[in-house]
Design a protein around this ligand. Sequence first.
Ligand code: SF4
Ligand code: SF4
Ligand code: FES
Length: 255
Amino acid sequence: MDAVSPKSLSVRIWRGKDDGRFETYEVPARDNQTVLDVVTEVQRRHEPALAYRFACRVGVCGSCAMTVNGVPRWTCRTHVAKVAEAGEITIEPLRNMPRIKDLACDMAGFFDKWQKAGGRFTGTRNRAEPPAAVDPASRKRVAVDAAIECINCAVCYSACDVVSWNEEYLGPAALNRAWTLVNDERHALRRTTLDLAMEQGGCGNCHTQGSCMRHCPVGISPTESIAGLKRMSLLSFLVRDHAAADALAKTEEPA
Ligand code: SF4
Ligand code: SF4
Ligand code: FES
């Protein structure tokens, strides 16, 4: 059992929708306490109606992301000791999405953009056929592997200032997904995915300053993925030939 510190923690938590306000709670400061532990303590001891999301508590599901002292983070893997300032911590929903209630935001627009970016996999083979063989050491597969472990947490989307001023922008997570598909030899609609990722609101809007990359909790670089899409789309625009775009991808060093 964790030792209980004599000190307490002052926790400001957003309540309500976009027009809500902060409320402050005092909770015991404990050893090895995560931000999600603090939110759970407030919900169990002070505010039973407090709305927030979590599922796995171990950094797999991506559902617990919130803004902590102004920074988007996965709260189940964020220790209070690393982020509290003078015994205080401020917790809000992620930015760039409407606030539904307290710490929960409406993620429908975020996931809709995955579809708009062509993020749905369509196999080249049916279930009766043997699965396509992909060389795990090929440059394309290595590029995919560097971007594939996304947990859909929307931390990058919250960190992206282009998303905040351009609601059409597909954002880092959706475009990172598109990058994995245009490099996936088993995906039958690579041309379509590339076209969708290049459209208005697509990869050309990224300013490549890397806020998404700095905050991604699992170490993915959407910035690098989007840069790859830009290179591929430029060649595609010049030659209008997907085989040539593929050839460019083959010459790229993996991220
Ligand atoms: S690098 Fe691009 S996607 Fe990432 S935060 Fe900046 S503008 Fe957004
Ligand atoms: S790219 Fe990283 S920050 Fe963005 S949704 Fe995926 S895991 Fe989260
Ligand atoms: S609760 Fe699943 S990643 Fe945090």
